[in-house]
Design a protein around this ligand. Structure first.
Ligand code: FAD
Ligand code: NAD
Length: 469
């Protein structure tokens, strides 16, 4: 049978647009259905990019207001124009989403503007913003529809008082008091933005520590530092109710284990308790695509779903909801569709929280190794003993290397420090190459640089003999 396209991708986020481009590079005829007015998905429009732009802008502001400049004898004062800050962020988003449109043109990927839904496994209907429908046939279809914000039972996100990350990226003014529900990645990043700009920020986290899936040493250090920065943090605390008032809200919280309730008055509530796959209206039940117990599309290692010719990647399938994970899956899946051998090593996916200091991890945490009964060695090195960090007056945090007790193979690297997000790439590459702690310890690192702390932590893990502590 002749099809309109070799591949139709539904969703143009980092998973979908990358898969479309890679498939086109392989010579396939490709279309991508996207209902948003711009390409790039959550990541470019309302996720990674705008949040990092505001984190950067608010860091600049805090360089002055936080006294860092004064430390260096630089007297300065700062005033914020929130509107101008948001506009500059929007400009960055526009440039990047426009860039994807150019890449589609360059690679001859057809953008089918509208909402896609399966009529049959190889037949997709596209409904445009004006309600007009068209149908295309595809030899292969790729589900890359991403995720949407989750809420708590009984709490409605109204976009004004109770907001999601999307509205937190465009607040018209600095809130007096922002209550963040969920002390994970979004809560801490966007909470940091608005705290730096002058809001009082209270984070309510259900578990007994922030970022509960990260290595516990990182969580503890991060909590200490964020508290020092002025963030109020309530762990082991649950939200019983959010009462929306004429102006603002009252958040009723109580200890997670039960106990006396407490009311917190605030003007804005940020809901950041996680995201869930977005598969609404796709018609997956009609074509028989299998989902797992958490509503994620079930796939094999090759990203094939339970229906032949239908594939899935990114936030819509299991695994961490991260843009780079979606991108790598997009490349691997397109390779598989083209008859090549595309794989993703899900054991080596770095993750970064872009607070200041940043927090970055790759591989197993100490808690995971203990639970799995793996014998391991740990080497830790503080930035306090790293010459560049010391020279920059930027000594918060440490590097921790976990290595197999017998083979010395690196099993996990966990970093909290101003450049952690950049440094973790070296650790991921070392792990991808099957490095031992000794390999990192014997690699010559430029001096004076923050990555020397990784070398010293590897020395500590390898034979317990770092030089500078
Ligand atoms: P998405 O990016 O969600 O894209 C899916 C696209 O599909 C959307 O554009 C949607 O409009 C479209 N779509 C859905 N259904 C249909 C349909 N039926 N028809 C047509 N189109 C459809 N990750 C990081 O790695 N680093 C970060 O710094 C980071 N920061 C983040 C900050 C925030 C505030 C948020 C919310 C997320 C952040 N993430 C970050 C996560 C990251 O954005 C996601 O993991 C990533 O975007 C997932 O990519 P995806 O391609 O699977 O889906
Ligand atoms: P998350 O999973 O990172 O954090 C959610 C937090 O909410 C957890 O700490 C959880 O214990 C807590 N929680 C859950 N139920 C709660 C309750 N009833 N009361 C209080 N706390 C509760 O989710 P998120 O921060 O919403 O982010 C969503 C996704 O977006 C994440 O999977 C993340 O990977 C991705 N993201 C990534 C980045 C990045 O890579 N820098 C940035 C933003 C978002």
């Amino acid at each position: 049978m002749a099809y309109d396209f070799d591949l139709v991708v539904i969703g143009a986020g980092p998973g979908g647009y990358v898969a479309a481009i890679r498939a086109a590079q392989h010579g396939l005829k490709v279309a991508c259905v996207e209902k948003r007015g711009t390409l790039g998905g959550t990541c470019l429009n309302v996720g990674c990019i705008p949040s990092k732009a505001l984190l950067h802008a608010s860091e600049l502001y805090e360089e002055v207001t936080g006294g860092h400049m004064k430390t260096w004898g630089i007297e300065a004062s700062a005033r914020i124009d929130v509107g101008a800050m948001i506009a500059e962020k929007d400009k960055a988003v526009k440039e990047l989403t426009g860039g994807i449109e150019m890449l589609f043109k360059k690679n001859k990927v057809t953008w089918l503007k509208g909402t896609g839904r399966f009529l049959e496994p190889h037949k997709i209907e596209v409904t445009g913003a004006d309600g007009a429908t068209s149908t295309v046939t595809a030899r292969n279809a790729l589900i890359a529809t991403g995720s949407e914000v989750a809420s708590l039972p009984g709490i409605k996100i109204d976009g004004k008082v109770v907001i999601s990350s999307t509205e937190a990226l465009t607040l018209p003014k600095v809130p007096e008091h922002l209550v963040v529900i969920g002390g994970g990645v979004i809560g801490l990043e966007l909470g940091s933005v608005w705290r730096r700009l002058g809001a009082k920020v209270t984070v309510v986290e259900y578990m007994d520590r922030l970022t509960p899936t990260m290595d516990a040493d990182l969580s503890k250090e991060l909590e200490k530092i964020l508290k020092r920065q002025g963030m109020e943090i309530m762990t082991a605390t649950k939200v019983a109710e959010v009462k929306v008032k004429k102006a603002g809200a009252t958040v009723v919280v109580e200890p997670a284990k039960g106990g006396a309730a407490q009311e917190i008055a605030c003007d804005v509530v940020l809901m950041s308790v996680g995201r869930r796959p977005y598969l609404d209206g796709l018609g997956l039940e009609k074509i028989g695509v299998g989902l797992d117990e958490r509503g994620r599309v079930r796939v094999g290692h090759d990203f094939a779903t339970t229906v032949p010719g239908v594939w899935a990647i990114g936030d819509a399938i299991p695994g961490p909801m991260l843009a780079h994970k979606a991108e790598d899956e997009g490349v691997a899946c397109a390779d598989n569709i083209a008859g090549l051998n595309g794989i993703v090593n899900h054991d080596v996916i770095p993750s970064v929280i872009y607070t200041m200091p940043e927090v970055a991890s790759v591989g197993k945490t100490e808690e995971e190794l203990k639970a799995a009964g793996v014998a391991y060695k740990a080497g830790k090195f503080p930035f306090l003993a790293n010459s560049r960090a010391k020279a920059n007056r930027d000594t918060a945090g440490f590097v921790k290397v976990l290595a197999d007790a017998k083979t010395d193979r690196v099993l996990g690297v966990h970093i909290i420090g101003s450049l952690a997000g950049t440094m973790i790439a070296q650790a991921a590459q070392a792990m991808e190459f099957g490095a031992s702690a000794e390999d990192i310890a014997l690699t010559c690192h430029a001096h004076p640089t923050h990555p020397e702390a990784l070398k010293e932590a590897a020395m500590a893990a390898y034979n317990g003999k770092p030089i500078h502590i």
